[in-house]
Design a protein around this ligand. Structure first.
Ligand code: DC
Length: 229
């Protein structure tokens, strides 16, 4: 960052809500990056994965199949962005199930509308997910596509499980990650892919602090050009 503004000054000249869209596969570090950026620029934060997880969690709770479209639509309509319980929703099985309900186009439409409303509230927001730069906020001020190799993501996941006192098998985690990537990238509606104008951040060889600094440099550069114009 070379512009030397404080963060409030950085966004002070903006006359519209400011949006940072972050997409990428599971475990690439986009959640941490989104949190760091929202803190730094004082923007609202939405992890859109939680909205799909909330729908999946409801179906699991009701013992309904994940392809029950009308139940999934009802659950999607009931999602309240202010009431997403990360502790409950972060379970691995809920993430797997979320990836399955996320293929239902009508569920996506309902959730995308809520996500767009969230993004519109001043002063703006950082949203992270799979289709933020391509579908939810195609006019976002900044688009980042955060990725890392499947092996690196699996190693990070294993380290996380072990740090919490658990144990898991690397090959099983890797297979899970590859299956999830395939589902998220291969679905017909809003597949995970970088927007044409996204900045790519490969965190395979990068610590989260370095990724944050790189992202901040991209945002500050855009802001500096705007404020000059
Ligand atoms: O980021 P996550 O692991 O919490 O996401 C869970 C699943 O939700 C993911 O595998 C696919 C789906 N998802 C999506 O389809 N679109 C989004 N914008 C966010 C998540």
């Amino acid at each position: 960052m070379t512009v030397g503004w404080s963060r409030t000054e950085t966004l002070a000249g903006q006359t519209h809500t400011f949006t940072i869209a972050i997409d990428g596969p599971a475990g690439a570090g986009k959640g941490t990056l989104a949190r760091r950026l929202s803190d730094h620029y004082r923007l609202n934060l939405l992890d859109t994965g939680l909205t799909y997880r909330a729908v999946a969690h409801k179906l699991l709770e009701l013992g309904l199949p994940l392809d029950n479209v009308s139940a999934a639509e009802t659950a999607a309509r009931q999602v309240e962005l202010s009431n997403l319980d990360r502790t409950v929703l972060s379970a691995h099985a809920v993430g797997e199930a979320a990836s399955k309900v996320a293929v239902i186009p009508s569920v996506r439409r309902i959730l995308v509308e809520k996500q767009r409303d969230f993004a519109k509230a001043p002063p703006g927001a950082v949203l992270d997910g799979r289709d933020i730069g391509t579908v939810v906020c195609p006019d976002a001020d900044i688009k980042l596509y955060v990725t890392a190799s499947a092996e690196v993501r699996a190693r990070r996941r294993l380290a996380e499980i072990e740090s919490m006192g658990g144990s898991a098998d690397f090959a099983t985690i890797l297979a899970d990650i590859e299956r999830r990537d395939e589902r998220d990238m291969g679905r017909a509606d809003s597949p995970l892919k970088p927007a044409a104008d996204a900045h790519l951040l490969d965190t395979s060889e990068m610590a989260i602090e370095a990724a944050f600094l790189a992202a901040m440099a991209i945002v500050d550069d855009v802001l500096a050009k705007r404020n000059k114009a």
